[in-house]
Design a protein around this ligand. Structure first.
Ligand code: NDP
Ligand code: PYC
Length: 339
């Protein structure tokens, strides 16, 4: 049993969890293709122990769908803009079905031109970002994605929030290993983790956020109720978050993180923004050599004493879930069945 296991933890097969989630999405207004994509994404996050974006998110998805803020039946409109550029209007639906609709065209462009961009706008992204990039690296491509969210992060040196928690995810093939993947919010903490800490009554580390008066606080509730998060790493994280706004919203035509008004949709939780995905085909550069070079870098880092690579914890959790089932709290499973 892992440390996560306790008397109140249950384990269920991945397919059973995905089917349960798919049914919930359908019941709350999603078309079957949308429900399937979102359920797979959310079940994968739970399987990999990415708890801030696993089943914890389901009540938020449901209240958002029920509020009419997002269109669960949206049909994404894909535009073939240029030899290395695809654009998708997600039509007010979720970003993941928009990626699914454009995926084949994007990959064929990356394979022929060596590089290709996918710009998604008019989209809602409420999930972990690594599921959007990891599969590309499993196919031998390098993938980078950014998505902006909703305003709750104060730019370094500013007095009020402008940015979202704006994650960056990267995936690269690695010879003889799973792809090298990282996925991180550019805020000091993901908003989901602040909510989880508030629910558990746990204080946060210093430097994560400020209260409604702009004073530093370690109280997650104070951040959620009128306060705000800070970027990680001061001016450096702030610059990366600014870049995410520029690429995910400025470039794609999506909303910046502050450009929303959900006042007439009580229960809405999902950011209505944009997303950029960049693919590079390493075969156009050094071919097989890239994956070997990845491996060389990885070995050098391990030789220097590194004992944990980004993505390693997820893969450990995944292996355990594949052997024993996906872990979730019995109370969470009960809540899902009620949804
Ligand atoms: P973490 O800080 O938990 O992890 C960031 C990355 O660092 C992960 O790849 C993680 O790998 C790796 N990592 C963590 N600890 C270590 C360590 N000690 N040594 C080496 N690598 C390490 O992620 P965040 O809290 O910043 O983000 C959580 C999730 O929230 C992400 O999936 C993100 O996409 C999502 N998010 C989504 C938003 C949206 O708008 N859709 C907005 C903001 C966040 P590992 O996974 O293996 O632990
Ligand atoms: O955890 O910061 C977050 C987040 C925002 C939108 C989806 N997840």
């Amino acid at each position: 049993m892992s440390a996560a296991d306790s008397a109140s933890t249950v384990r269920i097969p991945f397919d059973e969890l995905a089917a349960l989630l798919r049914g919930i999405f359908q019941r709350h207004g999603c078309s079957d293709p949308v429900a399937a994509v979102l359920a797979h994404n959310c079940a994968s996050a739970q399987r990999d122990g990415a708890h801030s974006h696993g089943v914890f998110r389901m009540p938020g998805y449901v209240s958002t769908l029920d509020s009419g803020w997002v269109d669960g039946r949206a049909v994404p409109q894909v535009s073939d803009v240029a030899p290395g550029y695809v654009s998708v209007d997600a039509a007010g639906g979720f970003a993941q079905p928009a990626l699914a609709a454009a995926r084949a065209l994007l990959v064929s462009k990356a394979r022929s031109a060596g590089i290709a961009a996918l710009a998604i706008h008019n989209s809602h992204h409420f999930a972990a970002l690594w599921p959007d990039v990891e599969p590309f690296a499993e196919e031998g491509l390098i993938a980078l994605s950014v998505v902006n969210s909703m305003t709750c992060v104060v730019p370094h040196g500013a007095r009020r929030p402008v940015f979202g928690t704006n994650p960056i995810a990267f995936a690269a093939p690695c010879a003889g290993e799973a792809p090298i993947v990282f996925d991180m919010a550019t805020s000091a903490m993901a908003h989901g983790d602040v909510q989880i800490a508030a629910r558990a009554g746990q204080a946060l580390p210093a430097g994560v956020g400020v209260d409604a008066a702009g004073e530093p606080t370690t109280d997650p509730q104070a951040i959620l109720e009128g306060g705000a998060l800070l970027p990680f790493g001061g001016h450096k994280g702030s610059a990366l978050s600014m870049m995410v706004e520029l690429l995910a919203a400025g470039l794609t035509g999506g909303n910046f993180s502050w450009e929303y008004d959900w006042a007439s949709h009580p229960g809405a939780k999902t950011p209505w923004t944009g997303q950029l995905i960049l693919l590079i085909d390493p075969d156009k550069g050094q071919g097989e050599a890239f994956a070997k070079r990845s491996r060389t870098l990885l070995e050098q880092m391990q030789g220097a004493g590194l004992d944990r690579l980004p993505g390693e914890r997820r893969h450990r959790e995944r292996a355990l879930a594949q052997a024993q089932g996906v872990a979730l709290q019995a109370t969470e499973l009960e809540r899902l069945r009620q949804l």
